[in-house]
Design a protein around this ligand. Structure first.
Ligand SMILES: Nc1ncnc2c1ncn2[C@@H]1O[C@H](COP(=O)(O)OP(=O)(O)OP(=O)(O)O)[C@@H](O)[C@H]1O
Ligand SMILES: [Mg+2]
Length: 267
């Protein structure tokens, strides 16, 4: 987004715990999770399905209350604190693509003359310029997800919370948006928490890639991603280091995925 560079927020997560009560059962989704994230850092989380990743993001977004522990988001005054891109495309069906993207800016009291150029830029970025006046029912699932990404980016948040944002996109748009997202975050200094099931994506996008345990989510391993930016996807993925890091993460993750499967099957 063509906005003045502004540093992202620092995030401090301390001894976080979250349980869900469903009937007689209680599910521990997150247990004793602590991590410090620097302003402008891009941190990717991978972990088995059902381990508590979306729950972590929802707590960071303030949509869910933890049982105990603390989340501190140290954002500068004034701007939007955080914006979230959900696992399922979530845009208002009764608003056009353009009005969906403008929503956060209008909510902050911005007049049409002020936000039009920013909405245009966001539309261009996600490749939806021609669909500004379409309704969500008139565009594909991948296009809806791109609109949701634009709606989050356009507000220039101090923290961007992304829950498998590109999982439903076709490979070409995914590659384009990955590169754009990396560029934008580098320029704006936005702090990003990014959830993915793809180790390649975590190593390609992240400054740090964190592997979570099977439910309840705790930190099992973390990799400081050494590739300089801007990263060329093809070049980076051809390096021996990329293969080594991917293998290391897979070895850690595989054990957790198998553990999660055993738990789900009740054995
Ligand atoms: N509102 C809720 N009520 C009861 N249980 C919940 C609720 N939300 C999540 N859970 C449970 O908490 C655990 C973690 O769920 P969460 O959605 O955070 O997993 P996830 O890591 O995002 O999984 P996936 O990779 O499949 O998206 C799961 O066992 C889930 O069933
Ligand atoms: Mg999830």
């Amino acid at each position: 987004m063509p906005v003045a560079a502004r540093r992202g927020a620092a995030i401090e997560i301390v001894h976080l715990r979250k349980t869900f009560e469903s009937g007689k059962n209680s599910v521990v989704a997150i247990d004793d999770l602590s991590i410090s994230i620097a302003p402008g850092e891009f941190v990717c989380f991978v972990g088995p399905s059902g381990c508590g990743k979306s729950t972590l993001l929802r707590i960071l977004a303030g949509l869910e209350e933890p049982d105990s522990g603390e989340v501190r988001i140290d954002a500068a005054e004034g701007g939007v604190r955080n914006a979230m891109v959900f696992q399922e495309a979530s845009i208002f069906p009764w608003k056009t693509v353009g009005d969906n993207i403008a929503f956060g800016l209008r909510a902050r009291g911005m007049a049409r003359a002020q936000y039009t150029a920013r909405v245009d830029e966001a539309l261009r970025l996600v490749g939806l310029s021609r669909f500004r006046d379409h309704y969500p029912s008139q565009i594909s699932g991948g296009m809806k997800q791109r609109a949701a990404i634009a709606r989050a980016l356009v507000t220039d948040p101090a923290v961007l919370l992304m829950d498998e944002p590109f999982a439903s996109l076709d490979a070409q748009n995914r590659a384009i948006l990955q590169a754009e997202l990396a560029n934008i975050c580098e320029q704006t200094g936005t702090t990003v928490i990014y959830i993915t099931h793809s180790l390649e994506e975590a190593l390609m996008l992240g400054d740090r890639a964190v592997v979570l345990t099977a439910q309840p989510a705790r930190i099992k391993d973390e990799v400081i991603v050494p590739f300089p930016r801007p990263r060329d996807t093809i070049e980076v993925s051809a390096t021996p280091m990329f293969g080594e890091l991917k293998l290391r993460m897979w070895n850690v993750l595989e054990a957790e995925v198998l553990q999660a499967r055993r738990e789900h099957e009740g054995v």
